[in-house]
Design a protein around this ligand. Structure first.
Ligand code: ZN
Length: 143
């Protein structure tokens, strides 16, 4: 599995500071789900996969597992790293951070994770140093 990298994002979107690909997404009424902002500042390439992920959560009833929205766009370095976080381009979203901390064993259910992976996201919970709150666009998601 090849993950999307900050180099890929830099190449496609330019510097994070330019916010070139960022957009204020008016989340459609039928996809408004409690803790997610009604207007979400995110990368335009996130709109379609996020819509599918939200639909999957609603369809499966797993929406009840979504407790908190913990950010999308944030220009910063990767946790424990020196390269920019994909949040710098708004192509990642953090949820349920309080229970799925960096380098902690994630407690999101497999079904919940599947709602996102089926929609085009890679989950940080599988990584050597787990980041269970973190979902990021698959590499092909920005092609
Ligand atoms: Zn994250």
């Amino acid at each position: 599995m090849t993950l999307l990298t900050s180099a890929d994002c830099l190449k496609k979107y330019g510097s994070p500071e330019s916010e070139k690909a960022m957009t204020l997404w008016d989340v459609p009424k039928e996809l408004e789900i409690g803790v997610i902002p009604k207007r979400l500042y995110c990368n335009r390439d996130m709109i379609k996969p996020l819509s599918v992920a939200f639909q999957n959560l609603i369809k499966t009833g797993l929406i009840k597992e979504l407790k908190t929205f913990d950010g999308c766009f944030n220009i910063r370095r990767k946790k424990g790293g020196s390269t920019p976080s994909l949040h710098s381009w708004g192509v990642a979203i953090d949820v349920n951070a309080a229970w799925n901390g960096f380098d902690k064993k994630p407690i999101l259910s497999a079904g919940f994770v599947k709602c996102f992976s089926d929609a085009g996201f890679d989950w940080g919970g599988h990584w050597a140093t787990p980041d269970g709150m973190h979902f990021q666009l698959k590499k092909e998601g920005i092609a």
